[in-house]
Design a protein around this ligand. Structure first.
Ligand code: MTE
Length: 333
């Protein structure tokens, strides 16, 4: 979505466009799950309808239509949106925390194609509009804990991964779920070489056991803070697995495949002694190069706030513990 941000003085599109075309565009946006886009975005001097034609390199997010989830709420202080969208790991757009925001604004998310196939009765292909309407959208507030020992509290918009997988009707042999990020070195400069992309052999891949993927907490996010995802956070659709280290939460997904074998995962390929397949948040299993006992919560303090919180087992989501009954979590890190 390459969209022009008009100067504050420029007129609204309804002043220059035929009324019928204007109304058609409004109903199209609404049918895609975008709500109140004109009013909410015009107040931030962004014209939502510019998504129908522009050559500028500014990505514009759209207001989403969703319900707050009945559970998965939180009273914890949320990380300000400005930090959620400017402190990112998305090596396809560079390895510094500020690189994704700086380098991803021209990223095109529409058209998009997400396939769900492999050991399923009913393979699915979702286009961009389907991502916002295949399953009803809800908002969930989750803690995100990076393996680097920083954390955030983020209001995501999306739907349970299980709901989508169920629609593909998994076959009994499906033991794992493999995920893949878009491979497009023209758009993603980090994919051009291992030097630019932090040593990763792209595309970025991730995986879950099928019972982890079907757990109600596993989430596919299409938005944050009530709007579609910005590219630096994994537009148009990314995984959020809140009880695992952030690297499991793969961004900009184009393929979900149900398999019988454990799929390879990017950070495990790169450094198997440092990053396991499970990657459950665990204060008792240190990274070989640093402690995981505590974390820096990115809320208001910035670089000079050195206060730390104790790390919680499974990042505080103890309801997932039965998934790992009998498993040695020190060996299966
Ligand atoms: N997905 C892809 N495709 N590429 C990446 O580099 N980084 C991971 C994960 N998903 C990454 C990715 C890591 S290390 C983290 S901590 C989270 O995204 C960060 O998500 P955020 O930038 O939205 O906070």
């Amino acid at each position: 979505m390459l969209i022009k941000v008009p100067a504050k003085s420029s007129c609204n599109e309804n002043q220059v466009t035929d009324e019928k075309i204007y109304q058609q565009r409004r109903s199209l946006l609404k049918s895609m799950g975008f709500m109140g886009a004109a009013s909410s975005l015009s107040s931030s001097h962004v014209n939502a309808f510019d998504l129908f034609g522009s050559d500028d390199k500014t990505f514009v997010t759209q207001a989403l239509d969703f319900k707050p989830a009945a559970n998965y709420r939180s009273t914890e202080q949320q990380t300000p949106e400005s930090k959620v969208i400017s402190h990112n790991n998305f090596y396809e757009f560079g390895t510094a925390k500020s690189d994704p925001q700086a380098n991803a604004q021209g990223f095109k998310v529409d058209p998009w194609s997400l396939t769900i196939n492999g050991l399923v009765e009913k393979p699915l292909t979702l286009d961009y509009a389907d991502l916002f309407k295949k399953v009803a959208l809800e908002e969930r507030i989750y803690r995100l804990r990076c393996v680097e020992a920083w954390s955030m509290v983020i209001p995501w918009v999306g739907f349970s991964l299980a709901e989508l997988i169920k629609q593909s009707q998994p076959l009994s042999g499906a033991q794992y779920v493999a995920f893949e990020t878009l491979y497009d070195p023209k758009q993603m400069p980090g994919q051009k070489s291992r030097w630019t992309g932090g040593g990763i052999d792209y595309p970025y891949v991730e995986g879950l056991r099928i019972d982890e993927a079907m757990h109600p907490l596993a989430f596919l996010a299409v938005g944050l803070y009530g709007k579609t995802l910005p590219p630096q956070n994994g537009a148009p659709i990314r995984l959020v697995v809140p009880w695992k280290y952030g690297f499991k939460s793969i961004k900009s997904i184009t393929r979900i495949r149900l398999t019988a074998q454990k799929p390879p995962t990017t950070w495990n390929i790169l450094a198997p002694n440092e990053y396991g397949f499970y990657a459950n948040v665990n204060p008792e299993v240190d990274h070989p190069r640093w402690s995981q006992a505590s974390e820096r919560r990115i809320t208001k303090g910035g670089l000079f706030d050195l206060s730390r919180n104790p790390t919680q087992m499974f990042n505080g989501y103890s309801e997932v513990a039965p998934l790992y009954a009998g498993l040695d979590l020190k060996r299966n890190y």
